[in-house]
Design a protein around this ligand. Structure first.
Ligand code: ZN
Length: 510
């Protein structure tokens, strides 16, 4: 579906990022997603502001589907978080330095103005800076790997006092994570990025900004490394090159690794890893709830997935936005986001559930379990790289969540029943547009999708529902959905829709 965030992003500044392409991705069946795009799906989350922690049942939880301010939605990022590094106008270095690990991820930058204008001398200078920068990065990565703090701190500019504190936090954070790999790779420099004032401030004989790809893999959780591109400031003084910042001039939409945002706490469950920036949050409790969510999902989906989930718990809204590369305020009403922490969507991409701590707290434990089970279903079914239509992705995730935590229909399908009783039975299965955050019928879309999946399960058995989902998910054909209706369920979408309408009327007592 259309990336709701796409419309909130400011246009790229052409002076800074020539060649920027912020076009929206709105063809769900199209697998190629550009790095500057993010596809999202939402479900209404329970709004429990003012509800005490002692809410006794899930029924009450779900009876507050909407607040006075409209539905609160949680969002699953399908595909990738925005990364505009690829559209920044770097000098000619790209031609001669190592290509990015995934050329497609940065492919759009290949023809940036200025690229052709670099002279051989400039290119040689770029190579020299790249070698000096990469040497610093290699020392950093090695010292992380070998757990040599003093060697790590030796790569930090002795005059960059504030970065020194951040670097110590980063070193400490990385020591808390079960890292299988940690690598830093110099991608390209951006010679015009540091204004003269800043260069004077940095001092030394030379200073510059480079984009550096950091890749890191969580042992036991990731099958591929997570990747971000960080702006790293280098300064050379007295013949030695140092890193002087990891956060100068982030490009709008550039994601930041959670371990670079502040001190983290890490809680490990049986099948979950919680990485928390929020010292007030009970990370162990989140791990516990996530473990239960993983078990619930496996019961329905089967064991054919990693059966692990990684949860990020930002301390504040801005942390969440940094992790997701989102514009400020984008997720004010979003309870959780599932994202692939990679520049291109792919099966096996490291997937993270990013919680919005304030809303999660307000949900209460039962609500958190529903939301985390829903999200974990997306993780298990690799919804971040799937051609399934939104009604099936969201309906199935809700089916699993409401199978784990039983909820009365009257509460869970409140808006839909209201419509059906008013003679407004939906004419079609919910469209992608119905799942837009701005959609007036968002709760109804989720309720409709959930009951469509439940109808399949009631009529054909849960196994058939899963088989149907998998058939659509693995199909390479544009007719994958129609094919699955026919081969798995022995029906057509049209016939099924008619049955589903009858089912809704029966449930609503019409
Ligand atoms: Zn969802």
């Amino acid at each position: 579906m259309v990336d709701e965030r796409g419309s909130t992003m400011p246009p790229a500044d052409p002076s800074e990022h020539p060649g920027g392409d912020l076009s929206r991705h709105d063809d769900f069946a199209e697998h190629r997603v550009s790095p500057s795009e993010q596809t999202t799906i939402q479900i209404p989350a329970q709004h429990a502001v003012g509800d005490g922690p002692g809410r006794p049942t899930a029924i009450q939880t779900v009876s507050t589907w909407t607040s006075a301010h409209g539905p609160i939605v949680k969002k699953v990022a399908l595909g990738v978080a925005v990364c505009l590094v690829g559209v920044a106008g770097f000098a000619g270095l790209r031609k001669i330095a190592d290509a990015p690990a995934d050329p497609d991820a940065h492919g759009r930058s290949a023809q940036t103005p200025g690229t052709e204008k670099s002279t051989p001398d400039e290119a040689a200078e770029g190579v020299r800076r790249a070698a000096a920068g990469q040497a610093v990065l290699q020392k950093m990565a090695d010292s992380i790997d070998e757990k040599r703090k003093s060697a790590f701190l030796g790569t930090i500019d002795p005059l960059a006092k504030s970065f020194d504190a951040q670097a110590r936090t980063i070193y400490s954070n990385l020591g808390k994570l079960p890292l299988a790999t940690f690598q830093l790779r110099y991608v390209s420099d951006d010679i015009g990025a540091l204004p003269p004032d800043r260069q004077r401030e940095l001092g030394g004989t030379e200073s510059w900004l480079a984009q550096v790809e950091v890749s890191w893999q969580l042992s036991g959780f990731d099958t591929k490394p997570a990747r971000e591109t960080l702006p790293v400031t280098f300064v050379t003084r007295d013949g030695t090159t140092y890193a002087a910042s990891f956060s100068e001039r982030f490009v709008a939409g550039q994601r930041r690794p959670i371990w670079a945002l502040g001190g983290i706490e890490v809680a490990k469950g049986e099948r979950s890893l919680v990485i928390s920036l929020d010292s007030q949050a009970d990370a162990d409790d989140y791990a516990d709830v996530t473990d239960r969510a993983v078990t619930s999902v496996t019961k329905v989906w089967g064991k054919n997935w990693k059966q692990k989930a990684v949860i990020y718990l930002p301390a504040k809204q801005s942390d969440m936005e940094y992790v997701l590369g989102a514009q400020p305020g984008t997720y004010t009403q979003i309870a959780a986001v599932t994202m692939a922490e990679l520049d291109t969507p792919a099966t096996g991409a490291p997937t993270r559930i990013v919680a919005n701590p304030k809303l999660f707290d307000e949900l209460g434990r039962q609500g958190r379990r529903i939301v985390l089970t829903h999200e974990t279903t997306h993780v298990a079914s690799t919804a971040t790289a799937s051609p399934v239509p939104l009604w099936l992705a969201e309906g199935f995730a809700d089916y699993v969540a409401f199978t784990a935590v039983s909820v009365q229909d009257e509460s869970a399908a409140k808006e839909l029943f209201k419509a059906v009783r008013a003679g407004k039975t939906p004419k079609t299965l919910p469209t992608p547009e119905a799942f837009a955050a701005s959609s007036a019928e968002l709760p109804q879309a989720y309720e409709s999708a959930w009951l469509a999946c439940r109808l399949i399960s009631e009529r054909e058995g849960q196994g058939k529902l899963v088989e149907f989902y998998r058939a659509v998910h693995t199909s390479k054909s544009r007719t994958g959905l129609a094919d699955a209706f026919k081969t798995v369920l022995g029906t057509t979408e049209q016939e099924f829709t008619a049955d589903w309408q009858k089912y809704l009327k029966r449930l609503a007592g019409v």
